[in-house]
Ligand binder design. Structure first.
Ligand code: TYD
Length: 216
């Protein structure tokens, strides 16, 4: 598994579900296999994106849901143009710790911004760049430890986000169907991180071994 075509793998799920651990485990595995792996987190991943992250996550920054949405997608556009597209063009495997589904789950299902607005902004920000694979981690209860502005929201907000991710997982399954190209893999966070990591590898291997890399 030396060079190969670039591909984009997004990790999604509610706060505290263990995405970041899985992203770094997969990055280590890829590096051991000699594949160049690039990890980005959202919001962030660029100097402007990190500045936007600061604005978004400071607890004292009160803002309207649409303002929040626009800031998340602005940070996304920056990372897509400056980091993701160049890395993919060089044949890297890019691991995104959150991507477009986060905005649907948090700003639409959680904060009530109309879905068509969120989808249109996502499309605008990414220029149509979609992940080759999205790994959605689901958990009954997730721990929220950081207490940033998003994490401080009411339990009811986080319940809506979790339910939103469940809805998205069902929609994607209906869209792709059992025979269709599976772009979304849903993993229940059962057992320890080792079990989840093994399931992540099972989902990722066909993409890296086969013809799953992106065409452009
Ligand atoms: P972060 O500390 O990265 O959380 P996590 O480790 O759970 O990913 O903070 C990012 C927060 O921003 C998190 O609560 C999810 C939220 N978020 C949105 O609300 N919309 C988005 O589009 C993105 C990318 C993140």
């Amino acid at each position: 598994m030396g060079g190969g075509r670039g591909c984009l793998i997004a990790f999604e799920g509610a706060d505290g579900v263990g995405k970041t651990t899985q992203v770094s485990r997969l990055a280590d595995w890829l590096q051991q296999k000699g594949r160049s792996a690039k990890v980005v987190r959202e919001p962030g991943g660029t100097p402007v994106g990190e500045a936007i992250r600061h604005v978004l996550l400071r607890p004292e920054h009160v803002m309207a849901p649409l303002t929040e949405t626009l800031l998340f997608v602005a940070a996304r556009h920056e990372v897509v143009e400056r980091v993701l597209r160049p890395a993919l063009a060089q044949g890297s495997v890019v691991l995104a710790d959150r991507f477009t589904l986060s905005t649907v789950a948090y700003q639409h299902f959680g904060a009530g911004v109309p879905r068509e607005q969120v989808e249109a902004l996502n499309q605008w920000a990414t220029g149509g760049l979609t992940p080759d694979l999205t790994i959605l981690l689901l958990a009954e209860q997730a721990r929220r430890l950081n207490q940033d502005r998003m994490e401080q929201r009411a339990d009811s907000f986080h319940d809506r986000v979790r339910e939103g991710y469940l809805t998205l997982s069902r929609e994607h399954w209906e869209h792709t169907g059992p025979e269709g190209r599976c772009r979304l893999v849903v993993l229940a966070r059962e057992g320890d991180a080792d079990h989840v990591a093994a399931a992540v590898l099972d989902a990722v291997r066909p993409l890296l071994d086969g013809e799953g890399g992106r065409r452009a």
